[in-house]
Design a binder for this molecule. Sequence first.
Ligand code: C2E
Ligand code: CA
Ligand code: CA
Length: 683
Amino acid sequence: MSADVLHSLEGVSQGMELIDMAFAHIALDQQLTVITCNAHLKQMADQYHLSSKEIFSWLKGSHYQSHEEILHQLASDSAITAESRGHAPDGKSFHFQWSLKLLSDSTALCFIRDIRWRQKYQDQWTLFERIFNSGRASVVVTDASNRIVLANKRFEEISGYSSAEVMGFDPGFFSSGRQDKAFYRDLWNSLINDGYWSGLIWNRRKDGREYPEQKTIYTVQNETGQVTHYFSSGEVVLHNDAPTLLSSLTPGQSNSIMGQQGLIEQLNRKQRDQQLPISIFYIGIDNMGRLNRHGGMALGDHIIRVTLQRLTDTFLPEGLVARSVGDEFIIAAPHITSPSQAESIAQSLLSTLQSSIEYQSIEWRSTVSIGVTLLESSHRPREAIEQAHIAMHHAKEQGGNSSHFFDSKLQQIAKEGVLLEQALHLAMDRGEFSLNYQPIVDTETGALVGAEALLRWHSEQFGFVAPDRFIPIAEHTGLIHELGRWVVTEVCQQINRWGDAFKGSIAVNLSAHQLQYAGLAEQLMAILDHHQVPVERVALEITETAMIQDANSAVSVVADLKEAGFMLSIDDFGTGYSSLSYLTRFRLDKLKVDRCFVQKMTEQPQERLVTKAIIQLAKSLGMSIVAEGVETDAQRAALSALECDYLQGYLISKPLPAYEFSFFIKSLAVADGKERPNLCAEA
Ligand code: C2E
Ligand code: CA
Ligand code: CA
């Protein structure tokens, strides 16, 4: 090869060190031997346990089975690009995009890009598009100067315009002219001051007909707080002024169904006429999101129609039936005037509204949650509806399929929830989170094998707040993702701080919401890599409920975590569905028997049998067993007799701050397994 070519190759090679792609200069022999390569290729070779000396195993796959095929193609085209998928020697799967560029008869340049995650992001984007277009709400996104940049399918159906037609338009173009300038001024004032507006807007379709839409508009801001977009979501509501249009836009709905605003107007009238008290029921279908995801929108629509029909059958003509948003309804019943009457009606509604529907050969069950209140003269209809709404949420939080009567304590709890949520948003920046570590020991030898990291929040405002209280809030606000990252980062740093003093693994709890994030495995691995913590040192605990919540996406995230090398445990086993099919489907390593079994097993022989069966079954699936919440010697002895592998609980130690955990390690070393130290004070 000429000196010039070599020189320019060196330049390319140096340049390639700077970009995020593996690069090699290779000989065109049987193994495509590497002559020289960049650092990125070496990193990828380490990551996937592939050879950095020979490239053929990286490239072979569905496109090319043998090196002859590659050489043959290269001889005719002088440059080829293809993708390869395969398994590295350690079983880890890879997905590469690669190109070869012929340099001379005997050498070529090879570029390889890892596209495993790109595929994942593409899948996520497709999913996002599907969700955007399959919702019941019409969605329009405008830019900072309020020009339309996105509109979904439902918007097209409702407005009669195609989204291509309206690109670049100001949404004011659709205004019906019914609402005056002051109305729009107020709307913009709210958007500018609060970042949010919600209310009824009358717009005009392409065919000239007017329609009322219950709209919510949010501002979207960038990291510096600057408004970049406006996001509006609307639902057509039924209104006496536009009945025909509405029935054509909301198929299957009866014209006698009004929206929340219509109901408030009617209740105002009744209040003026002193027709009080009136029972208000706020009804929400449980798990609508899950039904839509698994059975499709058609199933969701069907359930909504059935529910609405049953409500109108039950309450009309005496009562008023309104649809609030998608899967929520409000009933005002002037003929039900006492709390006890309302309570018993709510109970019978629960069974009336329970549906069992066969759809696509699967039996689907839908239930509702009901909030109840009485509208008296002391408060406004809007407040009464809000109270019933709060009560419904409370019923949902209790697991759904139940009713709840509003009381002021509930309002207090709802208010506290809001304050707690605000404090939680600040907690991260204020450094109010910490981790405690609870030791896990070998049942037979008492040796320390690991620990579970448990999150603690010492709020400046509320004092110590238990994880069972704040984790659900972190979940519904989306903060859980940041919190989850923080926990793993802190665990990695702590593992490094302990160094040789502690060689076990630390178990981290994952929330159901984290399992819905397709990039979770990659994100966690990046944190571990950054802190140079081997994946064997961090185990992950997942509850059954988390896996069941959105099983399809959870399956692929759990598979990614498994593939990345994390040890996975099923947490709280026995409290959820206890479906052993999940254990096999997710290929989990450890099963944690819930505290409630451990507590009961020494008291009730029946429970001991159940625990024994769980342990035996899990063992037959190749899993090891940890018993949680072990508090007494009797429990320890019983678990040892059942050959439970590991123990965790106050008997061994309460969860400890990192420095106390260090003492615990030292005391174990001193006792050398003969004496069991008991550090009981949780700080
Ligand atoms: P968990 O994963 O089942 O954690 C075990 C809980 O049992 C802990 O409560 C622990 O303090 C308590 N415990 C341990 N041994 C005993 C015992 O012998 N007797 C009794 N009575 N209790 C014992 P904690 O710390 O309040 O955590 C509650 C739950 O909060 C955890 O249940 C877990 O689901 C969640 N959680 C805690 N930290 C995190 C976290 O970092 N991320 C997520 N997503 N969830 C977390
Ligand atoms: Ca746990
Ligand atoms: Ca547990």
